[in-house]
Design a binder for this molecule. Structure first.
Ligand SMILES: [Fe+2]
Length: 356
């Protein structure tokens, strides 16, 4: 046995003993170290490990060799289904509250469908590895990507977008180009300089390249490239105009902005959902109203001043909202000006938006 400082490890070195981190087995004895595993050990601040010497190798039986695989949570393998389910659940616990999702994820069938997709995707080595890298590089972006995956996939279902699974993969990986953006910029708590902003904008091109290099379909890579395009031509990287922007890009753009606004950033607090919707209407202007109607209906959260029709047939205006219970807005009858109390049992709902 030889104790080797982690900075001196070589690819192909074999672990002598099981390696634990915080009580959790992270690598099994007999693991042959790859570049990725060595860099993980450095990230974990592990000072040294026991490496098998030639003599140790001699004593290892064939049977033992077969058992000495990297355990599931190592960087070189995919996690087990139960680990992915845990991840899915824990991610949702952090972000999937009703004040953000409204009633969008209120159906067990949808929950299971999304969980199934997440398991399918994370069981794919290349998607898992990219997301793990993103999680290590910038946790905010990882969380946002998961959020966009949930909301975006539900939204795509409402819009009846073709290729929904590919769209869902695009949602998960739309910001993967941030891996190429320096942490000093991603973490900056003050306003970005013009030059820094230009650097951040490049995450779209980097994302496209990363996904193409890894043989993702053009459709998925394009979601990473074009999700900051705006119908007026003011977006990036290509300044595309309305007719050039495909339906799936518009859908992702809406969810991306909504999600980003509702998450705290180093330079600002998180916005409430109805404020986020109002900003969204300005930011993504000229996307056909149909997209907004569908998105807001999916959440059951409506922006201030929206004129809506209730399931009772009454037309009303949203005159106040509460960020903690955004799906119970204060309404006023559009013609009689009296206030309408929305019953807590949801026996009356907003049926549709008439106009913003
Ligand atoms: Fe982005």
């Amino acid at each position: 046995m030889t104790v080797v400082n982690v900075k001196d490890l070589q690819e192909g070195d074999v672990l002598k003993n099981d390696l634990f981190r915080g009580g959790t087995l992270v690598l099994k004895s007999g693991t042959s170290l790859t570049k990725a595993v060595i860099s993980k050990l450095r990230q974990w601040d592990i000072p040294s490990v026991d490496i098998r010497s030639a003599q140790d190798e001699h004593h290892v039986s064939d049977e033992n060799e077969q058992e000495t695989n990297v355990v599931n949570n190592s960087p070189d393998s995919v996690p087990s289904v139960s680990e992915i389910k845990n991840d899915f659940f824990n991610n949702l616990l952090k972000i999937g509250q009703e004040y953000r999702y409204g009633f969008a994820l209120n159906d067990a069938v949808d929950y299971q469908w999304l969980e199934g997709l997440f398991i399918k995707f994370m069981s794919t080595g290349k998607i898992y590895k990219l997301l793990e890298k993103l999680k290590d590089w910038d946790y905010n972006t990882y969380q946002h990507s998961f959020d966009v995956f949930i909301l975006g996939t539900l939204f795509a279902k409402k819009l009846k977008i073709d290729d929904i699974e590919q769209f869902a993969i695009g949602c998960l990986l739309h910001d993967v180009g941030k891996l190429e953006i320096p942490k000093s910029i991603l973490d900056k708590s003050s306003k970005l300089s013009q030059q820094e902003y230009e650097t951040v904008k490049n995450h779209t091109i980097y994302g496209y390249k990363i996904l193409k290099q890894q043989d993702f379909p053009e459709y998925v890579a394009n979601l990473a490239k074009s999700h900051h395009e705006r119908v007026e031509g003011s977006g990036y990287p290509e300044g595309l105009k309305n007719a050039e922007i495909k339906e799936e890009i518009k859908a992702l753009a809406i969810v991306d902005v909504y999600s980003a606004l509702m998450m705290a950033r180093p330079y600002r607090h998180a916005y409430g959902s109805t404020v986020a919707e109002t900003i969204l209407l300005k930011e993504c202007k000229m996307v056909e109203d149909y997209y907004f109607y569908t998105f807001f209906r999916m959440l059951d959260i409506f922006p201030l001043n929206a004129i809506v029709e209730l399931t009772t047939g009454i037309h009303a205006k949203v005159i106040d909202t509460n960020d903690k219970v955004p799906f119970y807005p204060v309404l006023e009858d559009r013609y009689k000006s009296n206030r309408i109390e929305m019953p807590l049992d949801r026996s009356v709902k907003i049926k549709k938006i008439i106009r913003f």
